[in-house]
Design a protein around this ligand. Structure first.
Ligand code: 2E6
Ligand code: F3S
Length: 316
């Protein structure tokens, strides 16, 4: 079979895969199991990746969609995407031992939202409806004080009350380019609008999008390793497509559609912030079964962000 394998050049984006917030969240679950013993309950997928979730289940984690399904007396971890204020409040009222794995960059947006409300602003929140991070951030403020803006069209048509002071915040995993357009519309329509202190789109999201842009022009196609409910991974597919490469999301090696790769000579590969490097190697190995693969080195910015663990787990 080796003589008949067609050549395939691989450009593997850098940086890619796990970010500091995901690394921390997974570690919190592992350390909680070490510290308290199994089972440790986790509300929602700790990060949006089945492989990661299954790995933690095998170590003793139990994943549930809501706090109501956590029995009394067992520890519970809140996912990296953040939770509405009502969730820790309910856990506290029940006397549950809870650990918050919310990414510190999501928590930063939560605190900004709270502060803006205290200062009397109405917040326009740029994000995707139904995403757990959006639900969590809306749950930081009283009902009616924040309005979701999903698209440029929505930004054009939104009609706030005339006397309202406006501010905007964003989800951490949005398309950098789409968000800049939406913000452009908001600034044009509402020149006095208060912007976030820093960029709400996180470093990992913007670095991974830039890394895709850097290679997409040289690729016939691009595989993005990630889950279909992973916002940051879906954005990477969009970025690649906009740069002119056909792009697909794959959960892991066995999901590659080889018919779709017919005629491809240069393939880009990247991984969303919740996809571990082992899945990148799995995809490369699966490709090597069908192609004579040559990996070309790709340079990218170095990431050295590390987030502290919650105080209770640090000694562990
Ligand atoms: C928390 C916040 C942001 O769907 P999304 O991209 O938000 O989530 P994951 O779990 O795929 O990525 C990590 C993450 C966690 N991003
Ligand atoms: Fe946090 Fe960004 Fe990762 S918000 S969990 S660093 S994708």
């Amino acid at each position: 079979m080796s003589e008949t394998r067609p050549p395939l050049t691989l450009l593997i984006a850098a940086p890619r895969g796990f970010c500091a917030g995901v690394d921390r969240a997974v570690r919190i679950v592992e350390l909680a199991i070490e510290r308290y013993g199994a089972p440790v309950y986790v509300r929602h997928e700790i990060v949006h990746n089945k492989f990661v979730v299954e790995g933690l289940k095998a170590k003793g984690a139990v994943f549930v969609p809501e706090l109501d399904e956590v029995p009394d007396g067992v520890p519970v971890v809140f996912s990296a995407h953040g939770v509405p204020k009502a969730v820790p409040a309910k856990a506290q009222a029940r006397g549950l031992n809870y650990l918050d794995a919310t990414c510190p960059l999501v928590s930063k947006v939560h605190r900004q939202a709270e502060r803006l409300i205290e200062q009397g602003y109405h917040i326009l929140f740029i994000g995707h409806e139904g995403h757990p991070e959006v639900i969590g951030t809306f749950g930081q403020v009283p009902e009616g004080r924040m309005t979701l803006v999903e698209t440029r069209e929505a930004a054009e048509s939104i009609a706030p009350q005339a006397d309202e002071r406006l501010a905007f915040l964003t989800q951490t995993t949005l398309s950098v380019d789409d968000t800049a357009e939406i913000v452009g519309v908001l600034r044009r329509r509402f020149p006095a609008i208060q912007a976030p202190r820093g960029e709400d789109i996180c470093y990992a999201t913007s670095n991974r999008q830039a890394a895709v842009k850097a290679i997409a022009g040289r690729c016939d196609a691009m595989l993005v390793i990630g889950a279909s409910n992973s916002s940051n991974s879906l954005r990477l597919v969009e970025v690649a497509e906009r740069e002119g490469a056909r792009a697909r999301l794959v959960a892991r090696g066995r999901d590659i559609d080889f018919a779709w790769l017919e005629g491809v000579r240069t393939l880009g590969i990247t991984a969303g912030a919740s996809a571990p490097e082992v899945l990148v190697r799995e995809v490369v190995d699966a490709l090597a079964q069908h192609f004579e693969v040559v990996e070309e080195p790709v340079d990218g910015v170095e990431e050295n962000m590390v987030f502290k663990l919650p105080a209770g787990l640090r000694a562990a």
